[in-house]
Ligand binder design. Structure first.
Ligand code: ATP
Ligand code: MG
Length: 305
């Protein structure tokens, strides 16, 4: 089972309006709401790939119960810790005339980090791999991802961390098997503009693998076994939000299956491409995924000294 740790759960609400009018009343045409958060997207993708997955999150209040209900409706197993803060919402207003989205994110605050760590520790006995992704909410110390990494490592469970900034830097010290920054996150934590040099620096500090996602330019991996670059034969137009979560889902699944790096990167580039083509984060069409697999090329790179 893959355990997906959700540090900043949210109920994602989407409003569709004909036209967005600032300083005026906007009539909402349709409302959709669903459980969100980056690790929730990863879990949805893994479930769609028939991979056993369990989420762990701290929720609270009526919004937390809606979050829980939506996970259940999606068939996602979850270990839910009840805290005393109402789960946050995000509201996305989509204007149908332009297709533009305006997003309002309530701040993420973790209600009870120590209990979450304890429950994660006890869930690890059933986990083959952990995915921890998302930004650091208030109430979680900057070494929160590092603490999760140490818990997993102490129990011999590999962990993939997808976060940014100081939380990522702190996590590297704890030695996660894999981190997945995007290009701007990679530059931010290293101060190095060149992706290969920057990823090499990050890989050295963690002692594990780095898969950097470079948007439409594909993926770059620097690992203890070598360095590779994966590219699609064409750029895709669509919704790139959550494409990084698809990279993480594919890598998690492939690592568990014992795939080699070229295979891992091929599936990660294809699944993330399919996610770009899907309208919502956490979704993809199996046909797109199958078609894109054949369009990925993987090239081994000379290692940097
Ligand atoms: N326009 C595109 N065409 C083809 N593939 C894309 C495109 N945009 C993204 N991808 C694929 O998705 C992967 C992840 O994208 P990106 O680097 O934007 O992730 P991210 O910023 O971490 O995303 P998020 O955090 O929203 O999930 C890329 O490495 C690439 O494989
Ligand atoms: Mg990302």
């Amino acid at each position: 089972m893959i355990l997906c740790a959700v540090l900043s759960p949210a109920l994602d609400v989407t409003y569709h309006v004909d036209r967005l009018q600032v300083h005026d009343t906007n009539r909402v045409r349709t409302i959709a709401s669903r459980a969100g958060g980056k690790a929730v997207n990863v879990a949805r993708l893994l479930r769609a790939l028939d991979e056993p997955v369990t989420l762990i999150a701290t929720i609270g209040g009526p919004t937390g119960e809606l979050f829980a209900h939506d996970l259940q409706a999606a068939g996602l197993a979850a270990e839910l810790v009840r805290g005393d803060l109402d789960t946050r919402r995000t509201v996305t207003v989509v204007a149908d005339d332009t297709g533009d989205a305006t997003v309002f994110c309530e701040p993420a605050t973790h209600a009870d980090w120590d209990t979450f760590l304890e429950r994660t520790a006890s869930s690890l006995h059933a986990a083959d791999l952990v995915v921890a992704s998302g930004s650091l909410p208030r109430g979680v110390p900057v070494d929160g991802y590092a603490a999760l990494t140490r818990l997993a490592r102490d129990r011999g469970v590999p962990i993939i961390v997808d976060t940014s900034g100081p939380a990522l830097i702190a996590a590297l010290d704890a030695g996660p098997q894999l981190v997945k920054p995007n290009l701007s996150e990679l530059i931010e934590v290293t101060g190095i503009e060149d992706p290969l040099r920057a990823a090499t620096r990050v890989a050295r500090s963690s002692g594990g693998a780095v898969v950097a996602s470079l948007g439409a330019d594909g993926l770059l991996a620097v690992t203890p076994h070598g360095a590779w670059r994966a590219t699609l034969s064409r750029q895709l137009r669509g919704n790139p939000t959550g494409a990084g979560d698809a990279v993480v889902a594919a890598l998690a699944r492939g690592l568990l299956a014992g795939a080699d790096w070229p295979q891992l990167l091929t599936s990660a580039a294809a699944l993330s491409g399919a996610a770009v083509l899907a309208p919502c984060a956490g979704e993809f069409s199996a046909d797109d995924y199958a078609e894109l697999i054949g369009t990925i090329s993987v090239e081994q790179l000379a290692e940097m000294t």
